[in-house]
Design a binder for this molecule. Structure first.
Ligand code: FAD
Ligand code: AMP
Length: 482
């Protein structure tokens, strides 16, 4: 006899647990299957995001930024500290405690919403049946009117640098170092590479980032990317572009090292590190997840094929989050989870894929939404640009945190905001104001006519929007029109 549910969700990352909770709220009997075991061999809910992704990385970014402030910035405020030291095991312990608190929180939320959390590995064996293999090997069959696959993603490993999670680590291993490596190599100058590289550079590592591409952050607005490269280099990240890693060799001494070979413009190079982080991207996880007989289509890059409503080619089977196309971001998966749940309840919910905000949590943060100048030029759209540098913000100067800028781009004919690109303090939260504005199809003038608290970083959002029409008050107006 199999247990019967309206909805079975496979995976409890942000896409899966949000889908499960919303399904249950809408009156569906719901189960959520999770295979993740923590260091104590206990089932934990929350997926990559809570266990080894968004949250633990931000915990280490926050600790290391406080260290930088104590070490380098307190004296500017007139605060004297004798000696600043970092206790790495304590930092990692704090991170673990936050992870425990939040994963327990998700367990509690599932229970409070009457979702059955089921420990084990789920496999879809037909459109309406999932077999769960428990950690003790016992199997249980679940019947479901609808199945939502939210199996997420895992780090990509590349043959030249096999991961041993000791000297050569992936993003998960980079959250567990027990001491600051003297020389740290990072392969990949993407979001994860820059965030994790920043953590350890702030704590004193000599960090070299090896990036195969010639361009720095190719998907980011060029002006913002240039500013980011300048600031991060000043912080000590040695970013080598056009450097493709081709091989590596572990050292033989008691203290292990790794020597990396890479191809640059000017030929072959070698560099030796105490630790190496491989951050070359993530791939969808579909291992042993679906019986081929079910006939779910997978694309050439391994993603489960879905339409705009996250429906697979098999009726009643949906897929959300990192396991499907689109940016691998927790919030994108959460919105997809809500959309699928609500569409099952006959609501017309739709994800707005045009307005997925992106953030890199370096310091300063880098955040953007909508179109950048390069994309608009390629599309031959006429636009106005307003740029506000944080050095003109009273609030940013008061906080001694005035690097960066806010750029607003508006359609030259309609004044509708087409994009916003920020590098600066609290960029993620500042950007969110523009995401809401854009969701409501605001114009730059609408933002200009809105009152902003003084003094706040948000005033920069106001001024950048005013600047797009040549009306900024606190900076010179060099109206730039394309
Ligand atoms: P996941 O979170 O990967 O969850 C999938 C879950 O499904 C896992 O728990 C897995 O164990 C489970 N599962 C898989 N197969 C089965 C099966 N057969 N049976 C049972 N369970 C199964 N994103 C952001 O938006 N902001 C950030 O700041 C950010 N920072 C990041 C930092 C790092 C270091 C990393 C690695 C990622 C970061 N991300 C960030 C990305 C973010 O973590 C992912 O986009 C997000 O977790 C994807 O959610 P998901 O639910 O699709 O998948
Ligand atoms: P992201 O996909 O944003 O996580 O970024 C991963 C980065 O790693 C990309 O910019 C890739 O160009 C880079 N990358 C992938 N393989 C290599 C390699 N062998 N050497 C150096 N960089 C690489």
């Amino acid at each position: 006899m199999s247990k019967e549910y309206d909805v079975v969700v496979i995976g409890s990352g942000p896409a899966g647990y949000v889908a499960a909770i919303r399904c249950s709220q809408l009156g569906f009997s719901t189960a959520c299957i999770e295979k993740w075991l923590n260091k104590e061999n206990k089932t934990v809910y929350g997926g990559t995001c809570l266990n080894v992704g968004c949250i633990p990385s931000k915990a280490l970014l926050d600790t290391s930024q406080k260290y930088v402030e104590a070490q380098d910035h307190f004296s500017i405020h007139g605060i004297k500290v004798n000696k600043v030291d970092i206790d790495v095991p304590a930092m990692i312990g704090r991170k673990d405690q936050i992870v425990t608190q939040l994963t327990q929180g998700v367990k509690g939320l599932l229970a409070a919403n009457k979702v059955d959390g089921i420990a084990g590995t789920g496999k879809l064996i037909s459109a309406n049946k999932v077999v769960v293999t428990g950690h003790d090997g016992k199997q249980e069959e679940l019947s479901a009117k609808h199945v939502i696959i939210a199996a997420g993603s895992v780090p990509i490993d590349i043959p030249p640098t096999p991961i041993d999670q000791e000297t050569i680590v992936d993003s998960t291993g980079a959250l567990e170092f027990q001491a600051v490596p003297k020389r740290l190599g990072v392969i990949g100058a993407g979001v994860i590479g820059l965030e994790l590289g920043s953590v350890w550079a702030r704590l004193g590592s000599e960090v070299t980032v090896l990036e195969a591409l010639e361009d720095f952050l190719p998907l980011v607005d060029r002006q913002v990317a240039k500013e980011a490269q300048k600031i991060l280099s000043k912080q000590g990240l040695d970013i080598k572009l056009g450097a493709r890693v081709t091989g590596s060799k572990l050292g033989k001494g008691a203290k292990k090292t790794v020597t990396v070979e890479y191809l640059g413009e000017d030929g072959e190079h070698k560099a030796t590190f105490d630790k190496l982080i491989v951050a070359v991207g993530r791939k969808p996880f579909t291992d042993a997840l679906i019986d081929p007989e079910v006939g779910i289509e997978i694309d050439e890059r391994g993603f489960i094929k879905v339409n705009d409503q996250c429906m697979t080619n098999v009726p009643n089977v949906y897929a959300v989050g990192d396991v499907v196309r689109g940016p691998m971001l927790a919030h994108k998966g959460m919105e997809e989870g809500v959309m699928v749940a609500e569409r099952l309840a006959n609501k017309k919910t739709q994800v707005n894929y045009q307005l997925v905000p992106s953030v890199i949590y370096t310091h300063p943060e880098i955040a953007w939404v909508g179109k950048n100048e390069e994309e608009l030029k390629a599309e031959e759209v006429d636009y106005n640009v307003g740029v506000f540098p944080f050095v003109a913000s009273g609030r940013a100067l008061a906080a001694n945190d005035a690097d960066g800028l806010i750029k607003t781009i508006a359609d030259a004919k309609t004044d509708r905001i087409l994009g916003c690109h920020i590098i600066g303090p609290s960029a993620a939260d500042l950007l969110q104001q523009m995401v809401i504005a854009m969701e409501f199809s605001a114009s730059a003038e609408d933002i200009g006519l809105t009152m902003f608290s003084h003094p706040s970083l948000s005033e920069g959002v106001h001024e950048a929007a005013l600047a797009a029409n040549g009306h900024a008050i606190h900076i010179g107006n060099r109206k730039r029109r394309k």
